[in-house]
Design a protein around this ligand. Structure first.
Ligand code: ZN
Length: 250
C-alpha cells in the first residue's frame, strides 16, 4: 500500500467516527493530502481500533498473579482421561512453554488450564547460575524432566528451610520462602502409570512450589513479606526508570 492509499484508506475508515481525535486527523490529512505510512500506522494503532485476538488456553504464555485460574484448586484427572488427545496436547503445550521460559517448574494452571498436572526438571543449564557454595547450601541436584499428575505430598522432614524463590506468574519479583526440606510425592505419569518419588533440598522446593499452584496458592502467600524484591530495582535506578519487563518468552 502506498502512502497516499494509506491516507485514503484511513480516512474512509474513520469518517463515521465523530470524536475530536478523528476530526483533527481528518482536517490535518485532508489539507496535507497524504500521510506517511509509518505515521498512519502509529496513529491507527494508538486508536486501539484493532483489538488483539483473545487466545484460548492452554496458552503459549504464562498467566500472571491476579488471573483467577491461579487461585482455583485444579481439577483431578481420572486415569482414563490422561491418554486423551486433549490432555496429551495440554502436557505437550506445558512442555513447550516450560522450555521457552527456561523454567525449573511449571503447572497447568499457569498456562490457563486448571488441571492437576505439574512439570519439573533441573538440568545442567539451570545449574550454571549457581555457585558451588549455593549448590551445597541449597542441596541442588540434577533432576530429569518429570511430569506428575494428581500429586499427593507427604512431608518427610518437617524442618523448614528458607531460600529466595521466584515464579513465572509473579514476573519481576523474588522473595524468601520457607519450604519443607524433604517430601514424598505420589501420583501418575503422563502415561497414566503410578509414580512415587522422594525429594530433598532444592528439588523438594521446586515440587512444593508447583503443588501449591495446583492448590490455588502462590509463594507470595507464604513468603517473608519484607523480603519481596523487584528483580531489577537497581537497573531501574541506573536507567532512570526506563526498564521494561517482558511477560512473554524471549
Ligand atoms: Zn510459580
Amino acid at each position: 500500500m502506498k502512502c497516499t492509499e494509506a491516507g485514503i484508506f484511513l480516512q474512509k475508515n474513520i469518517l463515521s467516527r465523530t470524536d475530536s481525535t478523528c476530526n483533527l486527523f481528518i482536517k490535518m490529512h485532508i489539507s496535507a493530502r497524504y500521510i506517511s505510512y509509518k505515521a498512519a500506522r502509529n496513529w491507527y494503532a494508538n486508536l486501539k481500533l484493532v483489538k488483539p485476538t483473545p487466545q484460548d488456553p492452554p496458552f503459549k504464555h504464562v498467566v500472571q498473579i491476579g488471573d483467577p485460574t491461579l487461585r482455583q484448586v485444579a481439577v483431578k484427572l481420572y486415569e482414563d482421561e490422561i491418554g486423551t488427545p486433549e490432555i496429551q496436547f495440554l502436557i505437550k503445550r506445558l512442555k513447550y512453554v516450560f522450555k521457552k521460559y527456561n523454567c525449573v517448574g511449571l503447572s497447568a494452571p499457569q498456562i490457563g488450564a486448571s488441571f492437576q498436572i505439574l512439570l519439573a526438571e533441573f538440568n545442567h543449564d539451570h545449574l550454571k547460575i549457581y555457585s558451588k557454595k549455593e549448590i551445597e547450601s541449597k542441596e541442588i541436584t540434577l533432576q530429569p524432566e518429570t511430569v506428575i499428575i494428581n500429586p499427593v505430598m507427604k512431608v518427610l522432614d518437617y524442618n523448614k528451610v528458607i531460600f529466595s524463590e521466584s515464579c513465572e506468574s509473579v514476573k519481576g519479583f523474588y522473595a524468601d520462602v520457607p519450604r519443607y526440606r524433604k517430601i514424598e510425592l505420589k501420583g501418575l505419569t503422563e502415561e497414566g502409570k503410578p509414580i512415587s518419588l522422594i525429594a530433598q533440598g532444592w528439588w523438594a522446593r521446586i515440587l512444593q512450589h508447583e503443588i501449591d499452584h495446583l492448590n490455588g496458592k502462590l509463594y507470595t502467600d507464604i513468603m517473608e513479606p519484607k523480603t519481596l524484591t523487584c528483580s531489577c530495582w537497581n537497573i531501574v535506578n541506573e536507567r532512570g526508570g526506563r526498564v521494561q519487563i517482558p511477560f512473554g518468552h524471549q
